[in-house]
Design a protein around this ligand. Sequence first.
Ligand code: BGC
Length: 287
Amino acid sequence: MDSLSYEEKYPDAVMPTKCHLEKILKGQKALVTGGDSGIGKGVAAALGEAGADVVVNYHSGEDGAKEIVNKICNAGGNAYAHQADVSKEDEVLLMFQQMFHEFGTIDILINNAGHQKDAPFHEMTLEQWNTVLNVNLTGQFLCAREAVREFKRRGVVKDISCSAGKIICISSAHEVIPWAGHVNYAASKGGVMLMMKSIAQEVAPYRIRANSIAPGAIRTPINISAWKTPESYNELMKLVPYNRIGEVEDIGRAAVWLASDYADYINGISLFIDGGMTLYPGFSAGG
Ligand code: BGC
């Protein structure tokens, strides 16, 4: 069984591969928080492929960050890794200063770094609550604030983009779907939704766009227990009408488009990329 490839094990779980990312982000400078693994890694790779220069932030996954930096640089792009805890204000300030020193400015912020610390609600510790809220929500606030300060200072540079800057918050289907056993996580993502929309409303007049991507079940280490065995995979598919798990490339491709001028009139939305997880699949045969 173990000798089978992922595609052989899950023949319906195949994502289309014929998809080309042009260099539509050429000349743009991007920062991806938590770019060393999972969705962040996929988005960093896609931005690099689309021609952006990329800062790959990581907290403890130095190897993953370096791997993606090498991938981008070997393909002729420009990238470097930066260690910082996004929940610490001084570390965030330093990361942006370093980026301005290396790349001159920022055009795209991918607010991705996130944690899950699951527990039944009555057993959830304050530490589990605080860690998740500090990284998932406060971390996104700190990074978005620094990005907006720079976007406002610099304004639109027409040859680069018709927008003064783009923020993409990586949220979750759980910004709207309640999630028992994950109260801290769902609360943080619900917070991200209204933080993003309020930022978007406030800074739109400066031609700054803020949006979220709200992924469903994407095949990453964070949710490995939900897809690693055929039994758990089949259980998961009961929640996904499209009947395949998402891949990080599904998110990467959408992030490139959302950050590009093709999406210039899109501001303050959550783009759900979830194979229909938010369509109340339980109602397909009931109600
Ligand atoms: C979580 C995953 C989960 C998915 C769908 C994501 O935000 O991080 O663990 O599989 O939502 O429930």
